[in-house]
Design a protein around this ligand. Structure first.
Ligand code: ZN
Length: 426
């Protein structure tokens, strides 16, 4: 390629990028997950899929070792020979036979990106550890639709490096949406199977959605979420009996034994299931709440509640996820912590300081009486309107970034929400 041709090619790529970015502005980004049907793979393909992740791990660890030993040119990693250690800690060299060139690139890019962001955070004075070697590689970026991966039809996907199309489940969620575009995807290695998370773009629908009237919510220990309409949402996601059983059995196994390894694999699978249930519950609650025109809530310190039983902690982590999802939305208004939503009387405005956690009914000397949580939820709306300029978080996350703007520009991990769950009731 001559210098001129190269420049022209670069130009073409950047023009195309600009065009795409412009188009993306009028599109919504959604990520859908499909599952690989492992049972339909032949033995060779099963090993291949497994080895893709093992090789990615080798490559990652090799690249990390390089960047740690080269302070100055830590970004100049090139794949020459992959060094590693076998399980008896002997030095070995490894061949990458199953990773496609784009997958290799994405692993290396990933590590460079991580180093950069760690350095940036250090620069800003944040205390941050270093990158660690991986014993498990979980996610491989499939950069380019049509090249690294491609849908053959609703049931089959082609991945670079694997000969036959792979059977998948779950593409019905999005495959028939008119005008849908596919961007990058991620090949995921989860304890309960292999998945592909596909980033999609679809055009925004012009017509305005009809919302329900505004709502205030109160998060609490007794009932997880109380709304100003008087609904109480309880979250029932708990540690399963099976999880406890596996934990007990692991404790009895000898360290380093293959039995213990197998049990740990099972444990990871159970945790994955728990994680799925938590995510599902959070998604359903958020979806239900965002049907309202505006949602008022308070920036409550959920960490303080974590002490106590494990089951409680799980529910709080669901609440944490609900909160994190809500604050990203521009229709959610967050009140600062210091506003006394429970103690203020909405009728006379008096702040009743003597109310304690055990009082389930709010009672004021003016005669106003209401269930404590519903009262607090109603106050969220009222007091937000009184304190219009003191919106608490404004969608700022722990890194000081504006999550709301980021949310609009980039993508959210929006999964489809299915209603009518057994996890919660309204
Ligand atoms: Zn009063």
């Amino acid at each position: 390629m001559t210098e001129e041709e190269r420049l022209e090619k670069n130009n073409r790529i950047s023009e195309k990028g600009k065009e795409t970015r412009l188009r993306r502005q009028s599109q919504i980004c959604r990520v859908f997950r499909v599952k690989i049907d492992f049972s339909h793979l032949n033995e060779f393909e099963k090993t291949q899929l497994k080895m893709i992740f093992v090789e990615a791990k080798w490559l990652y660890n090799d690249a990390l070792a390089f960047s740690m030993s080269n302070e100055i040119n830590k970004y100049d990693y090139k794949i020459i020979t992959i060094h590693g250690f076998d399980k008896d800690k002997h030095h070995v060299t490894r061949e990458l036979e199953n990773l496609s060139s784009q997958m290799k690139q994405s692993v290396i890019q990933g590590i460079k990106h991580n180093i950069k962001s760690i350095l940036a955070m250090k620069k800003h004075g944040r205390k941050i550890g270093s990158l660690k070697y991986k014993s498990n590689y979980e996610s491989i970026n499939l950069q380019q639709y049509g090249n690294t991966y491609k849908f053959c039809d609703k049931r089959h996907i082609k991945i670079q490096g694997i000969k036959r199309p792979i059977k998948i489940e779950g593409a019905e969620q999005f495959f028939d949406i008119p005008g849908i575009e596919f961007a990058n995807a991620k090949l995921l290695n989860f304890p309960d199977g292999y998945y592909i998370a596909v980033t999609t773009f679809q055009n925004k629908v012009g017509e305005k959605r009809k919302y329900k009237p505004e709502i205030g919510i109160d998060m609490g220990i007794k009932t997880s979420i109380t709304t100003s309409e008087g609904k109480k949402i309880k979250i029932f996601v708990g540690e399963t009996k099976r999880l406890k059983k596996i934990q007990r059995r692991i404790a009895k196994r000898k360290k380093g034994s293959s039995n213990r390894y197998k049990m740990r694999k099972l444990l990871r699978k159970e945790y994955q299931k728990l994680e799925n249930r938590k995510k599902d519950a959070a998604n359903k609650i958020v979806n239900e709440l965002l049907k309202h025109e505006k949602v008022y809530m308070q920036d409550e310190n959920l960490f303080g509640w974590h002490k106590g039983l494990f089951g409680k902690a799980v529910q709080h982590s669901v609440l944490g996820a609900v909160k994190a999802k809500l604050i990203k939305n521009e229709r959610v208004i967050v009140l600062p912590k210091n506003i006394a939503t429970t103690k203020t009387c909405p009728r006379c405005g008096k702040v009743n300081k003597n109310i304690t956690l055990s009082d389930r009914i709010f009672e004021c000397s003016c005669g106003y009486k209401e269930d404590r949580d519903i009262h607090a939820a109603k106050n969220m709306i009222l007091l937000s309107k009184l304190n219009q300029n003191t919106c608490g978080m404004q969608g700022i996350n722990a890194f000081g970034e504006d999550v709301r703007r980021k949310h609009e520009q980039k993508c959210c991990n929006a999964d489809l929400v299915e209603l009518g769950s057994r996890n919660f009731y309204l």
